[in-house]
Structure formats: C-alpha cells, structure tokens
Write a protein that binds this ligand. Structure first.
Ligand code: ATP
Ligand code: MG
Length: 141
C-alpha cells in the first residue's frame, strides 16, 4: 500500500471540476485518505515547488498556484504514485492521452489541472507539507 499527494490546481477548481476529478481518481482504484481546500500564499507555492526554483517557468508557476484555492488530497492504493500519474496524464495538457485528467481539464503545460508526487520520498515530504498525521485516515475508521 502506497500514499501520494494529489493537488487539484486553481484552474480546475475554477472550472468546477473538483467532483469529476475525484471521481476519476476513485474509479482508478485510489482512495481519498485526506482532503482539504486551501489557498497557498506566494511563499508557500515557492516552498512547495522549490526544486524548480531555477527553471524559467518558476515565477509564473508560483503565481498560478497561489491564484486561487486548490484541493489537497492524500490518495492511497497499491502503486498509488504511478497509478495517480497514469490517471493524470503527462505534464503538457495538449499532449496528454485522451481520457486522462489533464486532457479533459488542463489547458496548457502550466495550467494542467492536477499535481501528483513522482516518487516515494517526494510523496512523503509533499504529504507532510499539507497534512498533519491526525488529518489522515487509513484502514479501519
Ligand atoms: P506536477 O509536479 O505538478 O505533478 P509534473 O511532475 O508533470 O507536474 P514538473 O516537471 O514537476 O511536472 O513541473 C511542475 C509543474 O510546473 C507542472 O505541473 C506545470 O504546472 C509546470 N511546468 C512544468 N514545465 C513547464 C513549462 N515548460 N512551462 C510552464 N510550466 C511548466
Ligand atoms: Mg513534478
């Protein structure tokens, strides 16, 4: 069993797509074991995407990610990290395979509807960025 951080980005929240996106994740076998609606400050967005701070798109990305509320979720399932990224589709919404979240709800390489952790170690730190242990619910509740 694995956990991953999922974010529904401000573009998808503005499109009223929260429910449709969660349905796609649940239909793929992932369980929501933590969830909240939050708006990141510019500094919090910069902290979350710190690995990208040298990239040319960093400033625009942080502006976008702090432009409105996002849904932060922890998803659980077998191979949840890879499964989530498969359901999301590739980074560039225009290149994402039909039927993926980014193909349906993203509009560009930046405004791509969702985030998903890319490895176990990043999943751990990203989950801790948004959630305290008492906000997460595994089996047996
Ligand atoms: P995420 O980390 O959000 O799940 P990802 O792992 O598919 O997406 P990363 O390379 O980690 O992609 O990039 C992080 C985010 O930065 C992307 O989701 C996208 O919003 C933005 N981004 C990535 N590449 C570009 C680019 N070339 N131009 C503009 N924005 C970009
Ligand atoms: Mg990434």
């Amino acid at each position: 069993m694995e956990r991953t951080l999922s974010l529904i980005k401000p573009d998808a929240v503005r499109k009223n797509a929260i429910g449709a996106i969660i349905s796609m994740l649940e239909a793929g076998g992932l369980k929501v074991v933590g969830a909240k609606l939050v708006r990141l400050s510019r500094a919090q967005a910069e902290g979350f995407y710190a690995v990208h701070r040298e990239r040319p798109f960093f400033s625009s990305l942080c502006e976008f990610m702090s432009s409105g509320p996002i849904v932060a979720m922890v998803l659980e399932g077998e191979g949840a990290i890879a499964k989530n990224r498969e359901i999301m589709g590739v980074t560039d919404s225009k290149k994402a395979a039909p039927g993926t979240i980014r193909a349906r709800f993203g509009t560009s390489i930046e405004q791509n509807a969702v985030h998903g952790s890319d490895a176990p170690e990043t999943a751990r730190t990203e989950i801790a960025y948004f959630f305290a242990p008492y906000e997460l619910f595994g089996l047996g509740w």
